[in-house]
Design a protein around this ligand. Sequence first.
Ligand code: SF4
Length: 197
Amino acid sequence: MIQLSLYEKQESLDVLNYQIRACKNCGLHLTRLHSLAGEGNMNSPVMFVALSPGEKENAENKMFIGPSGQVFNKLLQAAGIQRESVFMTNLVKCMLPKNRKPKMDEIEACSPFLEEEISIINPEIIVPLGAYATNAIITKFNLHNVSFGMNFSSLNGKILEKNNQKIYPLPHPAALLYNPRFKFNTIEKYRMLKKYL
Ligand code: SF4
């Protein structure tokens, strides 16, 4: 992959973010207030990929500020990671009404934006959060040897690698809202990311 300078990264992200904000490529544009582009440190070796904006994120046009974001912040803090040191984005850039699951055609319509973000940020390790983001990243990197289906738990916390790209699936913070007993294990998994930062 070609290494972009800081200036080139910023310029490419500006163009991409403009396209994301204007996008009407699937029906989710009808129910959104904002389509969220990724945010954070564009030079970070660590890129988190969540599922989609929630209600608060949709209203205020910022990543991870709702209930899931509070869990995410606590996990980072407990692991000693500064939120400003990582890059964060979503698989689907517009809110899913009533937190419903994404449809395949919505994921397909939105995936080119995520692919472009990965190519601009060029992270050392991608951290898909939850089953949908993990499935999309595994498909993008052709990790066909990984037996996945929707069995996310078999990949949770395992480092996968393809062509020097590390992929580290972790649970979506929203899942931890309802299963707080998994939080301790997940903090340990977040700590592992410190060696990349
Ligand atoms: Fe466009 Fe993605 Fe929003 Fe659909 S979800 S309208 S593809 S930005």
